[in-house]
Every structure is written in structure tokens, then in C-alpha cells.
Design a binder for this molecule. Sequence first.
Ligand code: 5GP
Ligand code: ZN
Length: 135
Amino acid sequence: MRDDNCIFCKIAAGEIPSAALYEDEDFRVILDLSPASKGHALIIPKEHYRNLFDLEDGLAAKALVLAKKMTIKLKDVLECDGYNIVQNNEEAAGQTVFHFHMHMIPRYKGDKVGLGWHMGKLEEKDKEEILNKLK
Ligand code: 5GP
Ligand code: ZN
């Protein structure tokens, strides 16, 4: 599966140059062009899937295992203090490239990476509504 208008299809296929950290039959891992921190990298499947909602199950599982392997290795290389794995789905959630990818963002003590959210309070009515609708 491929989308000829998709930049990540071209990057994953090696048709557009990128700083590739790793490649196998399913994925290419590259450095992000606009990194949130030094070493910010992206795991990109070679097949085109818009996002997590339509990603094939086998690739979804492999992507997380690959994130684990890459971050364990990169932690030593970058000498960072932690990692965020971030994955955006649809525009409302910050997705800008509509080809599934996972961000691996190294974290350094005291860095200014702006991930996070205002912590709300779990409302009883929201909790009941969600639990009931999921039944
Ligand atoms: P999203 O916002 O969709 O979760 O993330 C897209 C990411 O892709 C952004 O962090 C952006 O900097 C990165 N990006 C977009 N175009 C390119 C590109 O051509 N090359 C590389 N290496 N990164 C890109
Ligand atoms: Zn694509």
C-alpha cells in the first residue's frame, strides 16, 4: 500500500533523502527535521496507513517493540535522561503528516520540550457515561 502524494511513503522508500538511523523490511527510522530535542526521531512504516486507526495489527505490535529497542540504544548514544513516545492521530490531535508514525523524543533534565496538558478532574457523570457506553 502506497500513496504517491505522501512524503513519508517517499522517505520510507528511500526516494527522498533522510537521516536514517535504522531500516528493516517494515520500517525506516529517521531523525525529525524539526526536532523537539536533540535526537528526536520518527518510526515510519514502509506501507501507507493514515494513522493508528487503520494501522495493521502486526505492524502496530512491531512498531512498539522497535520503539523499545531504539530508545534503549539511543539512550546510551544521546546520554539523555528519559524518553517520550508520542503518536498523533488526526488534525485535532496534532497530526500534520497523514502517514502513521511514532515520535521518539529524548528528554534531558531541565529541557524546554513542551509536552503535557492541564490536569483536570475526573467528573462522576463523565465516568458513568463512558463506562456505560462501553458496555
Ligand atoms: P505529526 O505532527 O504528524 O505527528 O509529526 C510530523 C513530524 O514530521 C513533525 O515532527 C515534522 O517535523 C516531521 N517532518 C515533516 N516533514 C518531514 C521531512 O520531510 N523529513 C523529516 N525528517 N521530518 C519531517
Ligand atoms: Zn504514506
